[in-house]
Design a protein around this ligand. Structure first.
Ligand code: ACM
Ligand code: ZN
Length: 535
């Protein structure tokens, strides 16, 4: 009897020294639309919890989720095909009541069911479960019984990265894509070409990689001095395809940008006959915009566009291709006999709305759009395309000011993505006195990102319906390292995620409360971010 009692005490003691469990909190970033606590016990996630998938469509989701759990808790759930009697998380996509990317999570004592409208919806449900974890390594997670129903506000939720001004290799780009996934962002806008570097291999135009991807030096900070250190980098087609697949696993579409017809100095340095003067040209070593642009009067330029765009569509399956259109100085066209005779042949004339050169720009952009349309693709352009009279089949990316380009676009029947340089340019420094990031006069603190309204009250319902999405941009003139990219993006990307996903009334203090719970996850993933204490 004494021995039995002793054994009992030992086993109780052993179970007391067992693993601790920390309660999960569903107040995550972005905040789910609806949460109803339900009766019944909490679900305990332990090392023996398994992930149940009915078929292979959920396999990648399950693999990724198992990895997220492992990073936070130290244990990795097994993935199985048939549910045990309890202690499992089931991943399905049968929730046909939810809109695209929506999901329902049902937590009970025996199981958690994450049921998406589609595999993307399931993925976002898993992100919510991941972000709800509050404990650390070696601790179990206690998920309180709940029913969560959630779906995004905007179909297009974007983040951009400029790999032209500074080059970030494949691993960094993949890490950036992971950051996007954590914030429920579904489009990666990849800025691959600019005056300061051409960063994509085009097999039919090898000099773009050989010549256009390297500049002879880089201007130092805001000085007039150059470092004379050759700077280069270029993604091979294999690498780009790998990144497209990596993003697709995370339900992210990669949208490549080929910026036309300006921002082309690197291409002109590679193929000088494509410019109005024939060169010589250099890959630019300073920031700003080159006066040299593609010659719209040269028929070879149209062949060049065909070749580049055909390879682009071969690599990138996205419905949309971004063809730029921003910041195009027309001075060279005004003096170029080939451009002027093209204007004459096309019958383009100045009028009250635009100049003949603006119409010529529209012509070359339209040429690119038609080439893409023949392959079933559509185009996105910066909001200058509105000034030049582009047709409304294009999506306008509105960057100039909080509403100007966007409202103009929405008013004129374009579908619009909002990325105002007043609120969502994450290369701009956060605050006066900062040393990292672009030292422009405007600063963009976290609260101003959060305060941005993509659809202002004065929009008509028709204008509001034309706003299809919101994006944050990271230009990299003043951001040479990937650690700094992360610092500039995080945590502003968290505020962006709430603009993109939630339609709830704004409450900055409540958002900061949720964000404080996201920061340990940034730490666990090894992300560099700006601490909240730094205003
Ligand atoms: C831009 O910032 N030039 C689109
Ligand atoms: Zn010309």
């Amino acid at each position: 009897m004494k021995k039995l009692l002793y054994t009992l005490i030992l086993s109780v003691a052993a179970s007391c020294t067992h693993r601790t469990a920390v309660e999960a909190d569903y107040n995550v970033v972005p905040l789910p639309c609806s949460m109803l606590t339900s009766r019944g016990g909490d679900f305990r996630l332990t090392p023996s919890t398994c992930l149940v998938i009915a078929d292979s469509t959920q396999f990648v989701n399950a693999e990724l989720f198992a990895g997220y759990i492992e990073t936070l808790t130290g244990f990795r759930p097994a993935i199985i095909g048939k549910a045990p009697s309890k202690g499992y998380i089931r991943l399905t996509a049968s929730n046909c009541n939810a809109t695209h990317e929506g999901y329902r999570i049902t937590v009970s004592a025996d199981s958690i069911v994450v049921d998406g409208a589609d595999a993307a919806g399931t993925f976002y449900g898993l992100q919510t479960l991941r972000k709800a974890i509050r404990g650390g390594k070696g601790e179990d997670v206690l998920y309180p019984a709940v029913m969560i129903e959630d779906a995004p506000r905007f179909a297009y939720r974007g983040a951009h990265l400029d790999c032209a001004r500074h080059f970030f290799p494949v691993d960094s780009v993949k890490l950036y894509i992971d950051m996007l996934a954590l914030h429920n962002i579904n489009h990666f806008h990849w800025h691959l070409t600019d005056d300061q570097g051409w960063r994509m291999e085009i097999k039919s135009r090898p000099r773009l990689a050989e010549i256009g991807s390297v500049r002879s030096g880089t201007i130092i900070g805001t000085s007039e001095k150059y470092d004379s250190i050759p700077y280069g980098g270029c993604f091979t087609q294999t690498e780009m395809r790998d990144i497209v697949a990596y993003a697709a696993d995370r339900h992210i579409t990669v949208i490549p940008e080929i910026d036309l017809p300006g921002h082309m100095a690197a291409a002109l340095a590679s193929y000088p006959s494509l410019g109005c003067t024939g060169g010589p040209y250099e890959v630019m070593c300073r920031w700003g915009v080159s006066d040299d642009i593609l010659c719209a009067g040269n028929e070879d330029v149209y062949v060049f566009l065909d070749e580049v765009l055909d390879e682009v569509t071969d690599i990138f399956p996205s419905e949309y291709v971004h063809i730029g259109g921003d910041e195009v100085p027309h001075g060279k066209w005004e003096k170029c006999s080939a451009c002027q005779s093209k204007i004459h042949v096309l019958g383009l004339k100045d009028d009250a709305y635009s100049t003949a050169e603006q119409k010529l720009q529209n012509h070359i952009m339209k040429y690119a759009a038609d080439r893409l349309a023949a392959k079933g693709r559509r185009v996105i352009g910066w909001d200058e395309i509105i000034d030049n009279g582009f047709d409304t089949t294009a999506v306008v990316m509105s960057w100039r000011g909080p509403q100007d380009g966007g409202q103009d676009g929405a008013t004129h029947g374009y579908r619009v993505i909002k990325v105002p340089n007043t609120h969502l340019y994450f290369d701009y420094q956060y605050a006066e006195g900062d040393t990292i990031g672009a030292p422009y006069w405007r600063k963009i603190p976290l609260d101003s990102v959060y305060a941005y309204r993509p659809v202002p009250e004065y929009f008509t319902p028709a204008q509001a319906a034309n706003v299809i999405g919101v994006q944050g941009n990271v230009w990299t003139e003043f951001i040479p390292s990937f650690r700094e990219v992360q610092y500039m993006a995080l945590p502003r990307m968290a505020a962006l995620a709430e603009l993109q996903w939630c339609d709830a009334p704004k409450d900055f203090d409540a958002f900061i409360g949720r964000l404080r719970c996201l920061l340990p996850l940034y730490e666990a993933e090894g992300y560099c971010y700006r601490p909240l204490e730094n205003k």
